[in-house]
Write a protein that binds this ligand. Structure first.
Ligand SMILES: Cc1ncc(COP(=O)(O)O)c(C=O)c1O
Length: 413
């Protein structure tokens, strides 16, 4: 009898133990987390409900007023009006909080709005901001043109030269805005050296991490105050939605929260739902983008018409070392440096690709190509016979992509 009870008790303990282990495992693995998160327990559905709302109801005036007194320095897990979010947008915020290991995540109507939110929350008249020279072009326009009108000075630093960044720091420097790798020219920087400089000089830092995603690099973990992702790209992955995410630490939370509240940014519940749906397969898609890109690069590096492939593929180079130091993987965006006396023939190469759509954005399931005119201070490719074509390697069969590139490269004269 005693044996029987002990046996049942022991079995129960083993069951508990396994259960605890399983919960622990789910917490550890991002792949598992992305499949099991954001379920709708009330409606017993694998996916969250799309809650659209402007008005949010309260039980009483007292409840409404108490709501407004939720601690200013805490993550906001509540919603009091549609602009502040609904259950659906909160589900997305909570997923990104987990991926970024952030204090809080703000959702914006586009990736660029997340860039703008990060900068406009921090910079005030008399401040200076230092920005990666190869930053996404609208970020360059915002910092060099708009901020100037508000009395904020922007300087651009050479992403290949940390000393240049160091020399640009003054007592007025408020923020360093980093994009890694740089748009179109794909420089990988020594990020912890930037953080060291910033911390020494009490400067706030932001990283546009759209290329790497928090699956391959978590900016807040290495000391950035803010991490930006255009969820339009890999998070959603299906080229049908625009959303941005700004993940922040405790230090900058209230400044960003204030600017966010008074600027009217929000992401729609329908768009948030589509991003959640995309995130379910983010890990699987990134793995395939990475594998396909490596296959295509093996072909590209052998082509005489291509002078350089801009991607962290060449061991021993500074870019490769910096990529390896910080990232656990690489994604599908690649730059090609093409040497040709005829710009029109490079256009023709792009035009005659059959499987690569011509257009902006990237991170979706499909391959894309676009000729990029580079506008920079540091003129690395300052030669009229050098051209940059940006490719996004999609989820097609890489053998087909290679055949397509092969037939169209013939057009380059
Ligand atoms: C690096 C980078 N950051 C931000 C953005 C802006 O994102 P969105 O298109 O969602 O506004 C882009 C868009 O191409 C980008 O390439």
């Amino acid at each position: 009898m005693l044996f029987g009870i002990t046996h049942i008790f022991a079995s129960f303990c083993v069951f508990c133990y396994i259960k605890v282990e399983y919960t622990y495992f789910m917490k550890k693995s991002i792949s598992t987390f992305l499949k099991h998160t954001a379920q709708d327990k009330v409606n017993r559905s694998a996916n969250p409900a799309i809650v659209r709302a402007s008005t949010i109801f309260f039980k009483s005036m007292q409840e409404l007023l108490n709501h407004k007194h939720v601690s200013k320095n805490k993550r906001i897990d509540y919603y009091d009006y549609g602009r502040a979010g609904t259950q659906t947008t909160t589900q997305l915020q909570n997923i990104i909080v987990e991926l970024e290991k952030a204090h809080h995540v703000f959702l914006t109507p586009s990736g660029f709005a997340a860039v703008a939110l990060s900068i406009m929350s921090i910079c005030r008249p008399g401040d200076e901001i230092i920005v990666t020279d190869s930053v996404y072009f609208p970020t360059r326009m915002l910092t060099s043109k708009l901020l100037k009108e508000f009395g904020v000075k922007a300087q651009f630093y050479n992403p290949d030269d940390l000393e240049d960044l160091k020399n640009k720091i003054t007592k007025n420097t408020k923020m360093i805005f980093v994009e890694n790798p740089g748009s179109n020219t794909f420089e990988f920087q020594d990020l912890s050296q930037i953080i060291k400089l910033a911390k020494k000089n009490n400067i706030i830092t932001a990283l546009d991490n759209t290329w790497g995603t928090p699956l391959f690099l978590r900016p807040l973990d290495i000391g950035f105050d803010m991490s930006i992702s255009s969820a339009t790209k890999y998070f959603s992955g299906h080229s049908d939605v625009m959303v941005g995410t700004l993940a922040v630490n405790k230090k900058v939370f209230s400044k960003v929260n204030f600017y966010n509240r008074v600027s009217g940014y929000r992401a729609s519940p329908d768009d948030a739902y589509l991003v959640i749906r995309g995130l379910r397969t983010l890990d699987v898609r990134l793995e395939k983008h990475q594998r396909n890109t490596k296959e295509v690069i093996k072909f590209l590096i052998k082509q005489k018409k291509i002078k350089e492939v801009l991607y962290p593929h060449k061991k021993g180079t500074k870019n490769y070392k910096n990529w390896k130091k910080y990232y656990t993987g690489s994604t599908g965006l690649v730059g090609l440096v093409i040497k040709s006396k005829s710009k029109n023939s490079v256009y023709k190469f792009v035009n005659k690709l059959e499987l690569f759509g011509i257009g902006y954005s990237w991170g979706g399931f499909e391959s894309l190509a676009v000729y990029q005119d580079i506008q920079r201070e540091f003129k690395k490719y300052n030669d009229k016979n050098l051209h940059i074509v940006r490719l996004h390697i999609g989820l097609e069969d890489p053998k087909d992509l290679i055949l397509d590139l092969k037939q169209s490269l013939k057009n380059i004269k």
